[in-house]
Design a protein around this ligand. Structure first.
Ligand code: CA
Length: 222
């Protein structure tokens, strides 16, 4: 489980980082909004611990952006702003939990565990659909305008990743981590080859390409 910690107080940040690492999480600590944006666009995280008062902006703006672009993983706000209206605002914007500072690290760990457990057992869609392309995850069948499309298991996994993140730009690093694990060599153009194959199978002559290239970044469903 990979957790992103966004916290500008170095001591607090390192303390959380150490606690998470001791409990077998992979933790990444960043202290500014800009770094947090970069971290999330570079690689996927299973949850985020988010401070609100950051040197280059407000954590709530980050949260709003992430939810808007389809980041669905749990976010726990950790903040010294502990008035009821602050908590309500955070939860309304899309936080899953709100822990006021000062906090007890055991409580933070317990809440994170509970968020991750709830998130992972929540019923997920078994059929994904976008612009006439339909993926039945249980039957492992792909169709395009109701015509069956033959996909290899890698192609199926890649298409599933796109359909799970319909509004999000998927970077090559993110795709590599999800579909090819960490062993993938980003210098090769394997991802581009796979995307091209999916396009050949899914694109219709006069329509916009099903998967569009986001120059210098990666790919996104169109
Ligand atoms: Ca702060």
């Amino acid at each position: 489980m990979k957790i992103l910690i966004v916290e500008d107080e170095a001591k607090v940040g390192r303390f959380i980082e150490r606690a998470l690492t001791e409990h077998a999480y992979t933790a990444r600590l960043v202290s500014r909004c800009a770094e947090a944006r970069d971290a999330l666009s570079e690689s996927p995280f299973d949850a985020i611990v988010l401070d609100l008062g950051l040197p280059d902006g407000d954590g709530l703006d980050l949260l709003r952006e992430w939810r808007k672009c389809g980041f669905n993983e749990p976010v726990l706000i950790l903040s010294a702003r502990d008035a009821v209206e602050d908590r309500v605002r955070g939860l309304n914007i899309g936080a899953d939990d709100y822990l006021p500072k000062p906090f007890c690290v055991d409580e933070l760990l317990a809440r994170l565990r509970s968020l991750l457990r709830r998130h992972n057992t929540a019923p997920r869609a078994t059929v994904l659909e976008h612009r006439g392309v339909r993926l039945d995850l249980l039957a492992r069948i792909a169709t395009c305008e109701e015509r069956p499309v033959g996909l290899t298991s890698r192609e199926f996994a890649l298409l599933e990743l796109f359909l799970q993140n319909p509004r999000r730009v998927l970077t090559r690093t993110m795709i590599a981590e999800k579909i090819w694990d960490a062993s993938y060599d980003l210098e090769t153009n394997l991802i581009d080859v796979y995307v091209r194959r999916l396009r050949q199978k899914l694109d219709r002559p006069e329509a916009e390409p099903f998967i569009k290239t986001v120059r210098g970044t990666g790919y996104q469903l169109s």
